[in-house]
Design a binder for this molecule. Structure first.
Ligand SMILES: Nc1nc2c([nH]c(=O)n2[C@H]2C[C@H](O)[C@@H](COP(=O)(O)OP(=O)(O)OP(=O)(O)O)O2)c(=O)[nH]1
Length: 133
């Protein structure tokens, strides 16, 4: 990617458990949208394919081994400028163990009704609204 990109690509995961609850985590205070809840994920590096970046981010944040074969492309959102942030959301129903909070973030499993009641980062709220309740 260029030194001053006009847009950046972020990948995120809507991970559902066996009861259909959704995994969300809280952004650390002091960061952009600090304290707000989000789908786990992060920025795609220049040398990476998006799905590989997602697997890396989930391992780094939660010590979970996400199987790329079980990822489905879902929705995207775009926000801002200089740079614009493009967020690609994937879904997975892979049954994972208990996530570990490797970055100290709060997390939980939420029904969709519970999730909409959380203070969500703006694009995460937009994306969440795409799921049927
Ligand atoms: N999930 C989410 N990310 C957003 C939104 N709006 C927005 O600018 N972002 C940005 C914040 C971050 O730059 C990026 C998400 O990547 P990340 O989770 O790796 O960000 P970060 O703050 O931990 O990393 P960094 O900037 O410290 O390198 O997307 C939003 O509504 N939801």
């Amino acid at each position: 990617m260029q030194n001053n990109p006009t847009w950046i690509l972020v990948v995120a995961l809507a991970l559902f458990d066996a009861e259909g609850r959704l995994f969300l985590q809280q952004r650390p205070t002091g960061k952009h949208h600090g304290g707000m809840w989000e789908f786990p994920g992060g920025k795609v590096e220049a040398s990476e394919k998006p799905a590989n970046a997602l697997v890396r981010e989930i391992a780094e944040e939660l010590a979970l081994a996400i199987d790329p074969v079980q990822l489905e492309q879902a929705f995207f959102a775009e926000e801002g400028s200089d740079p614009a942030v493009v967020l690609n959301l994937y879904t997975s129903r892979q049954q994972v163990g208990v996530p570990q909070s490797l970055e100290g973030q709060a997390w939980g499993w939420f029904t969709l009704a519970e999730a909409v009641g959380l203070p969500l980062a703006p694009m995460d709220r937009k994306l969440l609204s795409r799921f049927d309740r």
